[in-house]
Design a protein around this ligand. Structure first.
Ligand code: NAD
Ligand code: AHE
Ligand code: ZN
Length: 379
């Protein structure tokens, strides 16, 4: 099918708060600088559901969601040099253009390459058009530069992280978002040191990856906070030293952590919920004088964070992270290799598995249940 449109199954998000619809769509060949991929496995991230629920100010409909996938390159567009047909790739919503004039790619301080961010946020490919059409020939928007809830997708070359062919794509897909984000928040954004104390709010896949990363970084104490006590067993099994059900406390959770569990607060705290009240609590339980709090969760449209400026005056620092600060094309292959070498286990994140892109609505339902970390759909 190289050079020709492909007809395939996809789950289309037609409108907010509606189930995805199974459709046969047309996926056009890749244009210059683009890559058409066959999606082998796609894991659901909370952000897909948040967008489907209408909470993303950039959310557009109809679109094809999905951004945590393992793929094989089906064909490449003109000028593509970094991947070939048959290569295994992880689509990355944070691209890495690597150009000499890209001050973001050239800086060690950030991973936020802006090269295609404008069109990506409008649901378009970098040339301002789409590669997806429905059976009436109507355009369907892309999502986060990935759109992997389709058997085939087209992504920018600069969004493709080429990984080892030895890595099973139904596990390596997790490195496309949540797991990398949690690990990178600890290692890159906050650079947690040996013997640090840490608090993690929200024990989904992102929060558990923060715990795993903190344990690997040598944190001496890791306080795991959730309103669902069913999450605590997984948290302690990967390294949490304390668990807190914040819904059962008589005082604000920040006063419990800074005051009861510790004297002055924790060195590092992480919000992995997207709840702005939790973001505030995470900041306020960080240590007087030097505590750093990292916002990872994505808040709904219109939400804002607040705290007393005194919290910052007295030495706390508020940070945020996108994709854990990893430079996608350089770093994702390294994470995958660490996993293959046995240094970075990730199988424990996969709590649910489904077969066929058409089962994606079932996977979404599983994600809504409290016991799901990652639901992987194998196409
Ligand atoms: P998830 O829904 O699986 O996990 C969220 C957890 O937070 C759940 O265990 C839930 O019980 C808990 N929770 C909810 N309200 C709480 C409260 N008030 N106090 C304590 N815990 C509470 O989600 P996930 O896939 O792990 O993603 C977590 C967040 O990170 C989401 O907002 C997601 O959109 C965001 N995210 C951000 C990035 C990034 O690059 N910044 C990447 C991936 C995901
Ligand atoms: N589009 C939204 C915000 C969504 C958002 O913040 N996304 C995170 C990734 S979530 C992955 O599951 C992110 O890294 N954003 C950086 C970016 O460039 O999108 C809005 O508020 O407009
Ligand atoms: Zn995600």
């Amino acid at each position: 099918m190289i050079g020709k449109p492909i007809s395939c199954k996809a789950m289309v998000a037609r409108a907010a708060k509606q189930p995805l619809t199974l459709e046969i769509i047309t996926v056009d060949p890749p244009k210059a600088g683009e890559v058409r991929v066959k999606v082998i496995a796609n894991a659901l991230c909370h952000t897909d559901v948040y967008t489907l629920d209408g909470h993303d100010p950039e959310g557009l409909f109809p679109c094809i969601l999905g951004h945590e996938a393992g793929c094989v390159v089906e064909s490449i567009g003109h000028g593509v040099q970094s991947v070939q047909v048959g290569d295994h790739v992880i689509p990355c919503y944070t691209p890495q253009c690597c150009e000499a004039q890209c001050i973001f790619c050239q800086s060690s301080k950030t991973n936020l390459c802006p090269k295609i961010r404008g069109t990506q946020g409008k649901g378009l490919m970098p040339d301002g058009t789409v590669r997806f059409h429905d059976k009436e020939g109507q355009p369907i928007y892309h999502f986060m530069g990935c759109s992997t809830m389709s058997e085939y997708s087209v992504i920018a070359e600069i969004s493709c992280a080429k990984i080892s062919v030895d890595a099973p794509l139904d596990r390596a897909c997790l490195f496309g978002c949540g797991v990398s984000t949690g690990l990178g928040a600890v290692w890159n954004t906050c650079k947690v040191e040996v013997n640090s104390t840490v608090a993690v709010f929200g024990l989904g896949a992102v929060g558990l990856a923060v715990i795993q990363g903190a344990k690997m970084a040598g944190a001496s104490r890791i306080i795991a906070v959730d309103t669902n006590a069913g999450k605590f067993e997984a948290a302690t099994s990967i390294g949490a030293t304390d668990t807190v059900d914040s819904s059962k406390l008589e005082k604000p959770v920040q006063q419990h952590i800074a005051g009861v569990l510790t004297k002055w607060g924790v060195d590092y705290s992480f919000d992995c919920t997207g709840n702005t009240d939790v973001m505030r609590a995470a900041l306020e339980c960080s240590h007087r004088g030097w505590g750093t709090s990292c916002v990872i969760g994505v808040a709904a449209c219109g939400q804002e964070i607040s705290t007393r400026p005194f919290q910052l005056v007295t030495g706390r620092c508020w940070k945020g992270t996108a994709f854990g600060g990893f430079k996608s094309r350089k770093d994702v292959p390294v994470l995958v290799q660490k996993n293959l070498d046995g240094e970075l286990p990730i199988d424990h994140f996969v709590t649910h598995e489904f077969i066929g892109v058409n089962s994606t609505n079932d996977a979404i339902e599983a994600l809504h249940g409290g016991g799901c970390l990652r639901a992987v759909v194998k196409y």
